[in-house]
Design a protein around this ligand. Structure first.
Ligand SMILES: NC(=O)c1ccc[n+]([C@@H]2O[C@H](COP(=O)([O-])OP(=O)(O)OC[C@H]3O[C@@H](n4cnc5c(N)ncnc54)[C@H](OP(=O)(O)O)[C@@H]3O)[C@@H](O)[C@H]2O)c1
Length: 293
């Protein structure tokens, strides 16, 4: 099985490469400089030449706030780039796997979001990601979209790294405590995708459609930060525990609005694919270990 990964230097892309290398899957890692998904002709000829069995799109524009001031770039990558990939995959019959986000929902629902819930993004990032999902569904007969939330990992920018940076210079840190979700390690996403591909290598048919996936237990950013600081202190990554003050979303102004409720219903992936949510405490422990000097 040959798998081509876009965005291979990102948080999730880099973990997919690491996981594939542990298996007999032949993986072709492409960074933005090697394969810019917004360049239609290049995408087309590159994928035809390489002729993979599967394309995993881990490339994305992920700057939620910045997207509000540069929507054309967000759409070029998260919609048009995805269309470029989906069109060539459709033409030459390549299975496409794609990663999407909880930000396609408005977060107004009182309980967990199922895959079938109506999307209603609050900002440009979420809207551009939703357009990417919709394009895949209209272009491809066979595809797999994994919606994930609150991603953290070793590479790239994420909440864990921001908290560790803040703890170095601040004694008091205010954190939003009324947005709920499941922190999800980039590695657990990669493990999930690679497991699915390995089943395909063993003769099972690849699953199709949209699936939610996240870490558990559900928490809020304040609760997540609290665990990050305590574990980081225990491991000697930070010297002192900052004082944490819970605040509301209304007290923390950002360019883009975020969903209050990002909690996924995980029954579909559990029942259909026998895949359990990861435990983010354990995943965080592993990520923090990699930051120990
Ligand atoms: N981060 C989160 O909290 C989160 C939450 C939910 C869902 N997701 C989704 O999870 C997926 C992976 O996100 P991530 O956290 O791994 O993001 P990331 O760390 O920002 O990685 C995205 C990668 O895509 C690359 N890229 C950007 N534009 C490109 C282009 N035109 N052509 C090729 N590559 C391009 C980036 O390269 P450069 O560094 O050169 O820009 C980067 O390496 C995305 O679909 C994202 O929407 C993320």
């Amino acid at each position: 099985m040959k798998v081509l990964v876009t965005g291979a230097e990102g948080q999730v892309g880099s973990e997919i490469i690491k996981e594939c290398i542990k298996t007999d899957i032949k993986v072709l890692a492409t960074s933005r400089s090697e394969l810019d998904i917004t360049k239609k002709n290049i995408v087309d000829s590159f994928i035809r030449k390489e002729s993979p069995d599967i394309v995993i799109n881990a490339a994305a524009y992920t700057q939620v706030d910045k997207a509000e001031s540069e929507p054309e770039i967000a759409y070029a990558i998260n919609k048009e780039g995805v269309i470029n990939l989906a069109e060539v995959c459709s033409d030459i019959n390549v299975f496409m796997m794609h990663i999407s986000t909880d930000y396609i929902f408005d977060g107004e629902k009182k309980n967990a979001y199922k895959e079938s819930c109506a999307p209603n993004p609050k900002g440009i990032y979420g809207r551009s990601k939703l357009e990417g999902e919709l394009a895949i569904q209209s272009i491809l007969k066979k595809y797999f979209i994994l919606r994930v939330s609150w991603v953290f990992g070793i590479r790239g920018n994420n909440f864990v790294k921001t908290m560790l940076r803040l703890a170095k210079d601040k004694e008091v840190i205010k954190i939003v405590a009324d947005q709920y979700g499941g922190p999800t390690s980039a590695n657990s996403i990669a493990v999930t995708l690679v497991n699915i591909i390995r089943r395909g290598c063993n003769g099972e048919s690849l699953p199709e459609g949209i699936y939610n996936y996240s870490g558990l237990p559900v928490t809020n950013w304040y609760g997540f930060a609290d665990v990050i600081f305590k574990l980081a202190k225990e491991k000697g990554i930070i010297e002192h525990l900052p004082e944490l003050i819970p605040i509301s979303t209304a007290e923390y102004s950002t360019q883009a609005q975020r969903p209050i409720n990002s909690v996924f219903d995980l029954n579909k992936i559990r029942k259909h694919l026998n895949i359990e949510a990861s435990n983010w405490y354990k995943e965080l422990d592993n990520v923090l270990d990699s930051f120990k000097s």
